[in-house]
Design a protein around this ligand. Structure first.
Ligand SMILES: Cc1ncc(COP(=O)(O)O)c(C=O)c1O
Length: 320
């Protein structure tokens, strides 16, 4: 297929059935957002925000764009800005993975790191200060209505189209800005009110469930505040998941289904498996997988994966 721009390849991601690790008598599909050009769901948010700001005149031709980002948004904005001719600067907490920083820089962006002790709100504050000082366009992923609107116009309708004529009992998503769960959740609920919206959260930072925030390893999920764009009322059920469960499920998905996702994809699927244990038999689930495992090679997800030759395995296991 021929496209006029890389930006035209955003969205319309595949929905794939799990054939080996779904709970017995349940059907689980995953929506694989790593099929977006920069391999995450955040490509949707980036094109949404930049197109809306250009249309309203808020973003001038050639103006610098800045955003506070856990990485995937920065990578997506770096791509969209490169394709549309805008310089891009990201502020980012120093603990987020090295791959993310390097990819942004490779796309021509500048990356400003903020201290881990200042958490998610530290990087947001720094981005605001820099935008004010230099007259840059701050894309405000946590507040910008273009974010959930794009999910209302694309992610939600894609799911409805793909499940037309089939059961869809549960839609499962985590939240970072809340754009996905809000936009897709609202549209799914509008068209199919019987579908339950399951919102997953880190168990030690389950803000929507009324718990306190503490640091967690599910990168991209649950900053230490509830974003403006997030519609909490759309959720039928909140499911907490631990860092370890998320990592284990992401690994299992890679090894037993050949589907390579990040920690948050493992977390969403872990939440699905928990919800499935209380769900009626023969329920159908659609689970968002926000990004690719390749973005986590230096993270706890693949801590046990070495780059050594498997010579030892050859002689021990196979006697060769
Ligand atoms: C890595 C990653 N990116 C993005 C998202 C979703 O983001 P948002 O709530 O901003 O739509 C998540 C959450 O599921 C995530 O884990």
């Amino acid at each position: 297929m021929i496209y006029d721009s890389i930006l035209d390849t955003i969205g319309n991601t595949p929905v794939v059935k799990l054939n080996h690790i779904a709970p017995q008598k349940q059907t689980v599909f995953v929506k694989v957002e790593s099929f977006n050009p920069m391999a995450s769901v955040k490509d949707r948010l980036a094109i949404a925000i930049i197109d809306a700001a250009k249309k309203s005149g808020e973003l001038k031709p050639g103006q610098t764009v800045i955003e506070a980002t856990s990485g995937n948004t920065g990578i997506a904005l770096a791509m969209v800005c490169a394709a549309k001719g805008h310089p891009f600067v990201a502020t980012m907490v120093e603990t987020f993975s090295i791959e993310r920083r390097k990819i942004m820089k490779a796309l021509g962006a500048k990356v400003i790191l903020t201290p881990a002790s200042e958490r998610g709100s530290g990087m947001v504050k720094r981005a605001e200060e820099l935008a004010n000082k230099h007259g840059w366009f701050l894309s405000k992923q946590f507040e910008n209505e273009a974010n959930p609107r794009y999910h209302r116009n694309t992610t939600g309708p894609e799911i409805l189209r793909d499940f037309a004529g089939r059961d869809l009992n549960f839609f499962v998503s985590g939240w970072g800005t809340g754009g996905t769960m809000t936009g897709a959740g609202e549209i799914i609920k509008l068209a199919r009110p019987e579908t339950q919206i399951v919102v997953a959260e880190p168990e030690n930072a389950a803000l929507l469930s009324g718990k306190d925030w503490s640091p967690h390893k599910i990168q991209g999920w649950t900053p230490d505040f509830i974003p403006k764009v997030l519609n909490k009322d759309i959720a039928d059920k909140f499911v907490p998941v631990s860092d370890n469960e998320s990592i284990e499920v992401a690994k299992k998905l890679a090894r037993e289904e050949g589907i390579f996702t990040g920690i948050s994809g493992g977390a969403s699927l872990a939440a699905c498996f928990k919800a499935a244990s209380d769900a009626p038999e023969n329920s159908t689930f659609c689970v968002m997988l926000p990004d690719t495992g390749e973005r986590y090679l230096s993270s706890p997800l693949f801590e046990d994966i070495t780059d050594e030759s498997d010579e030892q395995w050859l002689s021990n296991a196979l006697g060769a």
